[in-house]
Write a protein that binds this ligand. Structure first.
Ligand SMILES: [Fe+2]
Length: 315
């Protein structure tokens, strides 16, 4: 059975690749190749790209998930409606199978990409805690720069039937439910399910895909989220994006479910991009939780939830 092990990339389309490249560089990514109609953006980690921007009307195109093995890729090609195994025409090559998920979301199952050389990111800051000092004659001077993206961490997709989507992610991609969020007034109604990769006893992020219940007419990506070194990087990235005049959505705060220090921004085409640091890691044996979707269960601290936060696209 397929057990995806990571999220590799998200594909968007946008009318102006230069405009998206400029935003993504200020957001903390690095350009790693371009054709007349495709832009590849990477983080500091080993994947040759974590965002692909195709030239076209603004939309979300696909999410790429890492197959556990070549045998899993071959198994994916036998699933109902799957494409044949295709060579990937992009930096790092590799092979993929395209699956059509609930609401026609495209899930690429990828394997065999050539890893890119890791890029430097500043070391984590040494923090002087009240009763634990670890920095003496070593001044704290993090640079004012974009929050350098290490990796793509998760995406949140709105589905017409969030429960069915979570079931599909479990049955088809082998993902595990971490926490369910329910409507506070009616616990039988699911607002969304956080799904993580099944890595057995190896740690996995609290969620890699969040299957969110969408409203009729609003089935779209909600946000994609990128890991940075530490909470200072999140705050400095916030200042950097403000200084460049981009549209802030919600943050800086700390989530409850997943515990990430978060900060949400809008791309020039209105899609939400999140910086995060210090997220929870879980092993496969942890049983799912169930929480009411109240403000205090969305964030432990931070500004009040922005009223526009659940709008898929805000310009
Ligand atoms: Fe997120």
């Amino acid at each position: 059975m397929l057990k995806v092990q990571d999220i590799v990339y998200c594909v968007f389309s946008a009318p102006d690749l230069d405009k998206m490249a400029a935003f993504l560089v200020d957001f903390g990514m690095i350009e790693n190749g371009r054709t007349s109609d495709r832009l590849f953006m990477r983080g500091a980690g080993p994947y040759p790209y974590i965002n692909v921007i195709e030239k076209g009307p603004s939309s979300f195109v696909a999410v790429g998930m890492l197959a556990g093995s070549a045998a899993e890729l071959e198994a994916a090609a036998k699933l109902p409606g799957a494409s044949a195994i295709e060579n990937i025409d992009a930096p790092g090559g590799g092979r993929r199978v395209r699956l059509t998920g609930p609401d026609n979301y495209r899930f690429d199952i990828v394997h065999g990409m050539e890893p890119a050389e890791k890029l430097p990111v500043r070391d984590p800051l040494a923090i002087n805690f009240a009763w634990k000092k670890q920095r003496v004659v070593n001044l704290q001077r993090p640079a004012f720069e974009p929050a350098r993206i290490a990796r793509l961490g998760h995406c949140v997709l709105k589905f017409s039937d969030g429960d069915r989507a979570a079931h599909w992610l479990n049955q088809t991609l082998g993902m595990l439910p971490t926490d369910r969020l329910h409507v506070p007034e009616d616990p039988s109604k699911t607002l969304g399910t956080f799904m993580r990769c099944d890595r057995g006893q190896n740690p996995a992020d609290h969620h890699t895909i969040f299957a969110l219940q969408g409203m009729p007419g609003d089935i779209n990506v909600h946000h994609t989220s990128y890991e940075v070194q530490d909470p200072d990087a999140v705050h400095i990235g916030n200042q950097w994006l403000h200084s460049k005049g981009y549209v802030a959505e919600w943050g800086v705060g700390r989530h409850l479910l997943g515990s990430q220090v978060f900060d949400y921004w809008r791309s020039p085409y209105g899609h939400i991009f999140e910086h995060y640091a210090d997220g929870d890691l879980l092993t496969a044996d942890i049983k799912p939780g169930d929480y009411a979707a109240t403000a205090e269960n969305l964030a432990q601290w931070g500004p009040e939830l922005a009223p526009t936060f659940f709008d898929s696209v805000r310009l």
